[in-house]
Design a binder for this molecule. Structure first.
Ligand code: SAM
Ligand code: SF4
Length: 334
């Protein structure tokens, strides 16, 4: 049988990275991510474990080497570890890295299983170390579980990278302490600008904090040296001399990074979104459930390569603007 063609888009970008959402549900309600009363999808619409597995294998066959499981909160899905174990068997057989992004509330329970299945590094989202701020921001008093989860992951031998959304008037003053805490334990931390994805109760503009401002503030306190470190993603890095650690900056609003895009995202219902900041979409669930799933999936992936846009069109520069994309990050898979 001929080797399936690699995934190359109309701008000659090779797609080697899939972010696969396994659920849109979550046990937190981070205020910038989703409203308190979020309506979740009926379970019947979500891909089954077998479908998620088949889908992932289809991507690996087409040259995807890195797979990130996300959500929603991936660890609230009941059969999540089964999926991780099944996909872990592809490591070294086409797949180079299997990882996940989690809020860590249930990480203490699953850290050893993840490591055993072949996961080596994970991203944990942590916006504050202050319990009251956490409870306000995530609308759940879960900081102790999160910190236990991070400790358990490290004890299990998983490398943890922290992701922090920078929010004016929420965690802005705490960012240096968070970085100091992370670097003190040998964890890298990446800062992210809040993105206009899906309606929430408030206007994100009120809390939008350009990372150029954060960086200038950090540079008054510490020595920042630009780093050539790259992970194939949008983050740009700097080393901090005094902490001995690395800090990443993801700046979708203030600095476009789409030229080197190597990824696509698939929602828990099997919708492939060619860009986080766009509506270009292909229905992979329909392909999987068709009479000839293999051929239909191949066709759908070819279509995705034709419609992937050159860049996103986020704009958060004006108060009251409608979100660039109606989907929440928890739907597309962050
Ligand atoms: N629940 C998991 C977690 O929080 O790590 C995985 C999914 S979550 C949607 C993935 C990442 O998206 C988190 O780091 C979160 O902070 C970030 N995120 C969610 N909504 C965002 C938004 N509107 N702008 C920027 N980042 C956002
Ligand atoms: Fe849940 Fe992650 Fe969204 Fe927070 S950012 S509400 S943890 S999906």
């Amino acid at each position: 049988m001929p080797t399936p063609a690699p995934l190359i888009d109309q701008f000659n970008r090779r797609i080697t990275y899939l972010r696969l959402s396994v659920t849109d549900r979550c046990d937190l309600r981070c205020a910038y991510c989703m409203p308190e009363r979020q309506t979740f999808l009926p379970r019947s619409e979500v891909l089954s474990l077998e479908e998620l597995h088949r889908l992932a294998l289809g991507f690996i066959d087409r040259g995807v080497t890195k797979l990130r499981l996300t959500g929603g909160e991936p660890l609230v899905r009941r059969d999540m570890i089964e999926l991780v174990r099944a996909l872990g068997r592809k490591l070294g057989q086409g797949l180079d890295e299997l990882t996940l992004t989690t809020n860590a509330t249930r990480l203490a329970e699953f850290a050893d299983d993840l490591r055993e299945a072949g996961v080596r590094r994970i991203n944990v989202s942590l916006d504050t170390l202050d319990r009251a701020t956490f409870a306000r921001l995530a609308r759940r008093d879960s900081l102790p579980q999160v910190l236990d989860g991070i400790a358990a992951a490290r004890a299990a031998g998983l490398a943890v990278k922290l992701n922090t959304v920078a929010l004016k008037g929420v965690n802005q003053d705490e960012i240096p302490d968070l970085i100091g805490w992370a670097h003190g334990q040998g964890m890298d931390l990446t800062l992210i600008e809040v993105m206009p994805l899906g309606e929430i109760e408030t206007d994100r503009f009120d809390h939008f904090l350009p990372l150029s401002e954060v960086r200038a503030d950090l540079a008054r306190r510490w020595t920042l040296r630009d780093s050539g470190h790259r992970t194939g993603g949008p983050a740009r890095y700097a080393d901090i001399t005094e902490t001995g650690g690395r800090i990443g900056f993801i700046t979708p609003l203030t600095n476009n990074f789409c030229d080197g895009c190597n990824r696509v995202r698939v929602t828990a219902t099997g919708q492939l979104y060619a860009c986080l900041g766009g509506n270009e979409r292909v229905d992979l669930r329909a392909a999987l459930r068709s009479a000839d799933p293999e051929a239909a999936l191949a066709d759908a992936l070819d279509t995705a390569m034709r419609i992937k846009p050159l860049r996103h069109h986020f704009d958060i520069s004006a108060p009251g603007a409608a979100p660039a994309v109606a989907r929440h990050m928890s739907t597309t898979g962050g």
